[in-house]
Write a protein that binds this ligand. Structure first.
Ligand code: MRU
Length: 302
């Protein structure tokens, strides 16, 4: 299995070869591939790789499922593969995720007014979804529809998915953008320079609470204070009906060395934005508004 190693972007476009499910799990754990739908797709290919190589499938399943805890897409994708662990099934699942992105983007673009200055956090682009993107897909479609003036890109500390990956994607798409320090977002909102916030999600609870990259919750609070809508754009593979509220979503704690090797550090990788701060959740099924327990599409889990 060959991946574009996202740790090396934007400086270098380097391929990473994985020869076993354990190596795919390591690539997911170390963020060579990241973003909720992408790690689901990678896990699906990793499981197919294990089947082709005659690996023990229970061991492969566990290694892949445990590689990261927050994004529900990982286990969702593995469950989709259980009955047919073939490369063809993994490829179909990959194509379905990209198709979901295109459908989401078409729905989400309807939320944008003309001359929109949008702000996004982390990377919810093609890199994060296997192609096209969720939040960035929405921006892309809105740009094609002539609705986007400019995108503010949160740099997204500590691993800089915004300034390394989203900016790289927006540059390639020709969408006007500027990277900002995460801490500049509220300042720009206060000056009337942000019309909406658009993010992806790693897991959406049944009540609409949404886990996403650390910092999203703070953005949502600032956006609510300024009367700016925050839209979450995510496929139905990110909805977890078995998780009633955001309190139950497992939050990945990453190595403090990602922040500092000199001092003690605490490094939660995700936070949960309460449903009441989300103006709309957009899936491939359409635009869903509160109360989300009623409006989110029914997702049947294996
Ligand atoms: O730690 P990461 O880079 O995997 O975090 C990714 C995010 O938080 C994304 O916003 C989320 O997975 C949605 S991707 C379409």
């Amino acid at each position: 299995m060959v991946l574009l190693d996202q740790r090396r972007l934007p400086g270098e476009e380097v391929e990473l070869r994985c020869e076993s499910a354990a190596e795919v799990a390591e690539a997911i754990r170390t963020l060579a591939i990241r973003g909720a739908p992408s790690i689901g797709v990678a896990a699906a290919y990793g499981y197919a790789l294990a089947a082709e190589r005659g690996e023990d499938l229970d061991t492969a399943y566990r290694a892949l499922a445990e590689s990261r805890p927050t994004a529900v897409n990982l286990v969702w994708a593995l469950e989709q593969m259980r009955d047919d662990p073939s490369p063809e099934r993994a490829h179909a699942l990959h194509e379905e995720e990209v198709e979901r992105c295109r459908r989401m983007a078409a729905h989400a673009a309807l939320l944008f007014g003309p001359v929109t200055r949008a702000l996004t956090h982390c990377n919810a682009g093609g890199l994060a979804t296997g192609g096209y993107g969720s939040a960035v897909g929405a921006l892309r479609k809105a740009w094609e529809d002539g609705l986007i003036e400019h995108v503010w890109v949160d740099e997204t500390r500590p691993l800089l998915q915004g300034s390394r990956l989203t900016a790289w994607e927006l540059e390639a798409l020709g969408i006007p953008h500027a990277v900002i320090a995460d801490s500049a977002a509220a300042h720009l909102m206060g000056r009337g320079e942000v019309d909406c916030v658009v993010t992806g999600a790693d897991r959406i609870a049944a009540n609409g609470d949404a886990a996403n990259k650390i910092g999203t919750y703070g953005l949502a609070v600032a956006a609510a204070y300024h009367g700016i809508p925050l839209y979450v754009v995510a496929p139905t593979s990110t909805i977890d009906p078995a998780t009633a509220t955001g309190v139950e979503i497992p939050i990945e704690q990453r190595d403090g060395a990602e922040l500092t090797t000199r001092f003690a550090a605490h490094n939660p990788a995700f936070d949960v934005t309460p449903a009441e701060l989300i103006a709309a959740i957009v899936t491939e099924e359409g635009v869903h508004r509160a109360p989300y327990a009623e409006s989110l599409p029914r997702v049947v889990r294996a």
